[in-house]
Design a protein around this ligand. Structure first.
Ligand SMILES: [Zn+2]
Length: 114
């Protein structure tokens, strides 16, 4: 849910060019093993875009299930577990939150070109 701004976010991990050379203001996130790579939307294959959309949707479903679980069984431990997983208010508000609607629209816009 939260992306901490890091140095490697400014250069595409696929082509090595600056992120600012993209048409889109957001990089695509490619999850690999234990790391997240940031790449130009333009540098993603159709398969990578679809994989990205699918994992995004699955993460959102998990997130909302966790909210429902928390509402159904509210106690301080579960609240703290939720905050550990998704960040507490301070962490979320200070982190860089990706505009999810724009992210999905960017991926789909690129998918159209494949
Ligand atoms: Zn690139």
């Amino acid at each position: 849910m939260i992306v901490i701004m890091t140095q490697n976010m400014f250069v595409c991990d696929t082509c090595g060019n600056e992120m600012s050379s993209s048409h889109y203001h957001l990089p695509a996130e490619m999850k690999e093993a234990n790391e997240i790579k940031f790449v130009h939307m333009e540098c993603c294959s159709a398969e990578e875009i679809k994989k990205n959309l699918l994992s995004y949707a699955q993460n959102q479903i998990r997130f909302y299930h966790d909210i429902i679980d928390l509402v159904n069984d509210t106690n301080i431990k579960n609240i703290k577990d939720f905050e550990m997983k998704y960040g507490n208010y301070e962490e979320v508000s200070q982190g860089i939150r990706i505009d999810r609607d724009a992210y999905i629209a960017s991926l789909i816009s690129e998918l159209k070109k494949r």
